[in-house]
Every structure is written in structure tokens, then in C-alpha cells.
Design a protein around this ligand. Structure first.
Ligand code: MN3
Length: 201
């Protein structure tokens, strides 16, 4: 069963002005689509063709670099689209309490997450994860993610992620990655992040 490009749960224009429609269209229909196409080519005829993308990531050390890069790309973007949205939502009471207990509150979460996102050299992702029942913030290079068994310094179940590859922001923000990271907090679907938090516990 080949992997498929998931439909976006909103229009390309939905995240304006924070993320522009042209960036969303290219990011989803070109970049993510290429990860899916290349992942399917890399796993065709192998045992990985019968696994979920989560199970592929958890055992990524068994597979070639093409599976790591494109499988990570598929998992990461599939998560990214769902945690974005312009729906004015807030964290659930339980997630809010964990943000305060584990991370020192929402302002500190944003500060530490943005630091992880802006200081990631080159391309990669910043993550909010659940590990051992606790929230934590970390980042990974390229298309690696916290599920991968080859990742040693950023593990757990990701419930929120930010793509800091230039393709995610360059048309609108050019070199201003910090502005893109700040804008991100205006377009988070906290209902979905809260759902993922419950599922990860
Ligand atoms: Mn991307």
C-alpha cells in the first residue's frame, strides 16, 4: 500500500497573512508530494512497504538514507499541516497545566521553542514532544524527527512541530526566520495539539 499525499484540512489561503498561499501551495503540492513519491520509490518491494510511517521512523536505522530523508519528510509534513489552523483555539486545560508544570508557562514555551527553531543551523525542525509523560522542547536536522531510533538528543512523541527549512518561509520572510517563528504562534490549531498530547500520554 503506497503512501499518499494527505489533503490539507484547509485552503492554501487559510493561514494568510502569517503563511502566504503561494508558499503553502508549493510546500504541500511540490515539496511534500516529492517526499511521498520518493519514499514510495525507496520502499517499493521491501518490508517497509507494509509498515506505517510511524513504524518506519521508529526503525529508521534499518533503512537507506532515502527512506530516512523522505520518510521523515512525509511524517513531519503530515503532522505539520494538522497542527496549523486559523481557528482561534487554546490548549486544553490539561495541556495548559502541563505547559506550566513542565515548561514554565506559555511565554517560556514560546521563548524556548523559538530559540530551538531559530538556532537550528541550516534546515530542520523544532519540536514540542512528550517523553515519559513530560513535555519537552528540542530540534532535529534535515527531515529527522523525535520518533527516529537514530536520533539521540531529541526523543519522544512529537505533538507540535515547526518546519524551519527555507522553503517553508522564504517567499514571504526571506532571511527573517525569527519573524516566521514568531508568526507561527498565531496559527496553531491547539485543539489538534491537545488531542495529540492526550494520545501521547
Ligand atoms: Mn517543508
Amino acid at each position: 500500500m503506497a503512501f499518499e499525499l494527505p489533503k490539507l484540512p484547509y485552503e492554501y489561503t487559510a493561514l494568510e497573512p502569517h503563511i502566504d498561499a503561494r508558499t503553502m501551495e508549493i510546500h504541500h503540492s511540490k515539496h511534500h508530494n516529492a517526499y511521498v513519491t520518493n519514499l514510495n520509490a525507496a520502499i517499493a518491494g521491501t518490508d517497509a512497504a507494509h509498515l506505517s510511517i510511524e513504524d518506519i521512523c521508529k526503525n529508521i536505522s534499518k533503512y537507506p538514507m532515502a527512506v530516512r530523508n523522505n520518510g521523515g519528510g512525509h511524517f513531519n509534513h503530515s503532522l505539520f499541516w494538522t497542527i496549523l489552523g486559523n481557528n482561534g483555539s487554546s490548549p486544553s486545560a490539561k495541556l495548559q497545566a502541563a505547559i506550566e508544570a513542565d515548561l514554565g508557562g506559555m511565554d517560556k514555551l514560546k521563548e524556548d521553542f523559538n530559540k530551538a527553531a531559530t538556532t537550528r543551523f541550516g534546515s530542520g525542525w523544532a519540536w514540542l514532544c512528550v517523553e515519559g509523560g513530560k513535555l519537552k522542547i528540542c530540534s532535529t536536522p534535515n527531515q529527522d524527527n523525535p520518533l527516529m531510533d537514530i536520533v539521540t538528543d531529541c526523543n519522544g512523541t512529537p505533538i507540535l512541530g515547526l518546519d524551519v527549512w527555507e522553503h517553508a518561509y522564504y517567499l514571504h520572510y526571506q532571511n527573517r526566520r525569527p519573524d516566521y517563528c514568531s508568526a507561527f504562534w498565531s496559527i496553531i490549531n491547539w485543539d489538534e495539539v491537545s488531542r495529540r498530547y492526550e494520545a501521547a500520554l
